[in-house]
Write a protein of this length. Structure first.
Length: 308
C-alpha cells in the first residue's frame, strides 16, 4: 500500500511540475471571446494574459490597446486601426510589437507637440462586415484617422457569426480547468467541426460586393465624423510566387482598385512592396500572418500612407 501511495505521490508531483511549467508558458489562460449578435464575436474586454512570454492586453472596448477614454484628449493625434489577426498579432506577438504599437512609436517620433495614440480594434478572422459592425456599435472614439487593414482573403469574408465562440478551440469563452487540458484539447484531440459553420462558409451571392459595400459604409462613417479613411491590403504568401494571385483574386483586386479610385480612398497595396523585398518569405510566419520583419514593413507603409 505504501508503494502505491508513493507512486501516486510521485505521479501527482510530476503532473504538478508539468502543470506549473505549462502555466508559465501561458497555457490554461487563453484569450477569451464573447459572442455578439451583430459583430459576430469580440475579444472579451478587460483581460490580460501571457502566452509563450508575449503579453496580450485587451481594453474595455475589446481592443488590443491600453484602456482609453472615448473622447480624444486635447493635443492628441488618435488613429483607429481596424483589422483581423494580421493587425491583432494574436498570441505570437507581444503587445509592444503589434502593428498599432509600432505605428504609434513611428508616428510619435515625427510629432513634437502632440501625443499619438493608435487604437487597435481587431480580432481573428474578422472581415469588413465584422469591422463595420464594430464601428456602428462603438464609433470612432474621436479618431482623426481610420485605417482599415485587410488581406486578400478578407475580400471573400462571410457575414458575421458567433457560432464558433465556445465551440471552436481557437475561440474559447471560458478558461480550461487545467493547462494540461488545454494542451490536450488544442494539440492532441482532432478539431471538431462547428455545427452550422459549413453553411456560413458557403454563403452565396456577391461576397466581394458585400465586403466592398461594407468598406464604403466605413468610409461614410469616418467622413461623417470628419475623419480621414485609409485602406491597405496585405497579400497571401502564395501571391508572391511567380504565378501570382489566382484568377478570382485578380478580378477581386481589380474591383477593389476601381472602388478606391471611384471613392478617392487613400489606398496601399502591399503586394508589390512585398514582392520587391530581398527575401519576401521572411515577411511571413505562415501563409498569411506577418513575421516581426513583416510587421515592421507594414507599419512603415501605413505610417507613410496616413502622412502623405
Amino acid at each position: 500500500m505504501e508503494i502505491v501511495l508513493g507512486i501516486l505521490a510521485i505521479a501527482a508531483l510530476l503532473l504538478g511540475i508539468v502543470e506549473g511549467g505549462l502555466r508559465l508558458l501561458g497555457f490554461g489562460n487563453p484569450s477569451l471571446y464573447i459572442a455578439d449578435e451583430e459583430i459576430g464575436y469580440l475579444l472579451a474586454p478587460n483581460q490580460q494574459v501571457r502566452r509563450l512570454g508575449n503579453r496580450i492586453a485587451i481594453n474595455q472596448y475589446s481592443m488590443r490597446s491600453p484602456a482609453i477614454s472615448r473622447d480624444c484628449p486635447p493635443s492628441t493625434r488618435r488613429i483607429l486601426l481596424l483589422g483581423d489577426s494580421v493587425a491583432n498579432g494574436a498570441w505570437w506577438t507581444d503587445q509592444s510589437q503589434t502593428l498599432s504599437a509600432l505605428m504609434q512609436a513611428g508616428l510619435q517620433s515625427q510629432e513634437v507637440e502632440r501625443k499619438v495614440e493608435v487604437l487597435n480594434a481587431s480580432a481573428n478572422s474578422w472581415s469588413p462586415r465584422n469591422q463595420l459592425a464594430y464601428l456602428k456599435r462603438f464609433g470612432l472614439f474621436a479618431s482623426q484617422g481610420v485605417v482599415l487593414l485587410i488581406n486578400t482573403d478578407d475580400l471573400f469574408g462571410t457575414a458575421p457569426t458567433s457560432l464558433q465562440v465556445g465551440r471552436d478551440r481557437n475561440y474559447p469563452d471560458a478558461r480550461p480547468p487545467l493547462a494540461l487540458v488545454e494542451l490536450f484539447e488544442r494539440y492532441v484531440l482532432p478539431a471538431q467541426p462547428v455545427p452550422g459553420m459549413a453553411e456560413v462558409l458557403a454563403e452565396g451571392g456577391d461576397r466581394v460586393g458585400f465586403n466592398l459595400d461594407a468598406i464604403g459604409e466605413m468610409q461614410a462613417i469616418a467622413t461623417q465624423s470628419q475623419a480621414q479613411f485609409y485602406l491597405a491590403m496585405t497579400p497571401l504568401l502564395r501571391e508572391l510566387s511567380d504565378s501570382g494571385p489566382r484568377e478570382y483574386e485578380i478580378r477581386a483586386r481589380q474591383r477593389l482598385q476601381e472602388f478606391v479610385e471611384t471613392r478617392a480612398i487613400p489606398y496601399l497595396d502591399f503586394l508589390p512592396i512585398f514582392k520587391n523585398a530581398e527575401q519576401p518569405q521572411s515577411l511571413y510566419r505562415d501563409r498569411i500572418h506577418l513575421s516581426p520583419q513583416g510587421n515592421a514593413t507594414v507599419s512603415m507603409g501605413l505610417e507613410e500612407l496616413i502622412d502623405r
